[in-house]
Design a protein around this ligand. Structure first.
Ligand SMILES: Nc1ncnc2c1ncn2[C@@H]1O[C@H](COP(=O)(O)OP(=O)(O)OP(=O)(O)O)[C@@H](O)[C@H]1O
Length: 321
């Protein structure tokens, strides 16, 4: 059942549709690297008995399948293992035991600045990052202007990225990732370094992917947003999965509230938003008509079918949006 009104339906659960499979993933981290000289000395004279550093299990037997077209949120309190799980999926980190595999083209935003070279300009980094994400030069050439327009980096595109702010990094990284047309898109909390207008633009693009039936795995503490874009929620507690079900159920669990109440509030919020979007469009159409102009609304994944973008009289996508 689809709880997201604009989501393309039809997630099939079969062996062929498994996009990501995590099986019994376990990850240990070192809690403390350094000890005082005295502690190290005692450890040495005692014949190096015991472990000088404490280790802890950041992930403990994490198992899930994510199928094509699923929209999944990884949820949980600070330090519960969400980002670590996402890093395993993206391949920047490997489990100590168990396994994780992806069968589709994966892109996304895991860490700001990852896949960027500080001494290269924004322009060169678009090519570098695009290549890392699987695009060839011709493809990047064709999308370059759109990427730069989306990022709104402007003239700074020819500046070395070591002089970029974290928000500027994010802009360029998100712009490249979204233009690789991935089948699976991974997003970590990272969007929070962008300013509000840019965040809105990114969220609209993520909703566009959802509308197109792409697979999404998101880590976020913004629980209302999670319910807007994800159907499924996986809750992690101390590195273990304690809930795997609907995103609304997951949010209800985290908020310690009845599911029906959370669902009702979510429905009201979505209805209100869609109502106002329709109203605004109607008003803009009437104003355009009064001026004798034809009105072509800007594409909104919550209101429009992306296939209608092929017909310029129906909807349009403004450059860089
Ligand atoms: N590279 C690392 N080395 C050592 N410990 C790490 C490393 N990466 C993560 N950890 C630890 O592993 C635990 C899980 O971290 P993770 O970033 O996955 O949590 P999270 O659920 O994403 O948290 P948050 O909501 O705060 O972002 C935390 O205790 C964190 O300090």
């Amino acid at each position: 059942m689809t709880t997201i009104p604009f989501k393309k339906p039809g997630v099939v659960h079969s062996e062929e549709t498994v996009a990501i499979r995590a099986k019994d993933m376990t990850k240990w981290f070192v809690l403390r690297h350094t000890r005082s000289i005295k502690e190290a000395f005692v450890w040495l004279v005692k014949g190096r008995k015991g472990d000088l550093s404490d280790r802890f299990k950041a992930l403990d037997g994490v198992t899930f399948d994510i199928h094509d077209g699923e929209t999944v949120a990884l949820l949980g309190f600070n330090g519960s293992g969400k980002s670590t799980t996402l890093k395993m999926i993206s391949g920047v980190m490997h489990p100590d035991s168990g396994s994780v595999g992806t069968r589709r083209k994966v892109a996304g935003l895991i860490e700001v600045g990852a896949g960027f070279h500080p001494d290269l300009t924004g322009r060169d980094n678009v090519y570098l990052n695009g290549a890392i994400l699987g695009m060839d030069k011709a493809e990047i050439d064709a999308k370059f202007d759109d990427i730069v327009a989306f990022s709104e980096i402007g003239e700074f595109i020819d500046t070395e990225v070591k002089f970029y702010s974290s928000g500027m990094y994010l802009r360029l990284a998100f712009a490249v990732a979204i233009h690789t047309d991935p089948e699976v898109f991974l997003v970590d909390e990272i969007l929070s370094v962008g300013d509000e207008p840019f965040q809105k633009k990114c969220i609209a693009r993520i909703k566009d992917l959802v509308r197109r039936g792409k697979t999404l795995v998101v880590v976020s503490h913004d629980l209302d947003l999670i319910m807007d874009i994800c159907e499924r929620g996986i809750v992690l507690e101390h590195g273990r999965i304690t809930y795997d079900g609907s995103s609304v159920g997951a949010v209800a669990r985290l908020r310690d509230r009845p599911v029906e109440e959370v669902q009702r509030e979510q429905n009201e919020r979505v209805e209100r938003r869609l109502y106002w979007k329709h109203e605004e469009r109607q008003k803009a159409a009437e104003e355009a008509a009064a001026r004798g102009e034809t009105f072509v609304p800007e594409y909104d994944p919550e209101l429009d079918d992306p296939e209608d973008l092929d017909d310029p009289s129906k909807i349009k996508r403004t450059k860089g949006r």
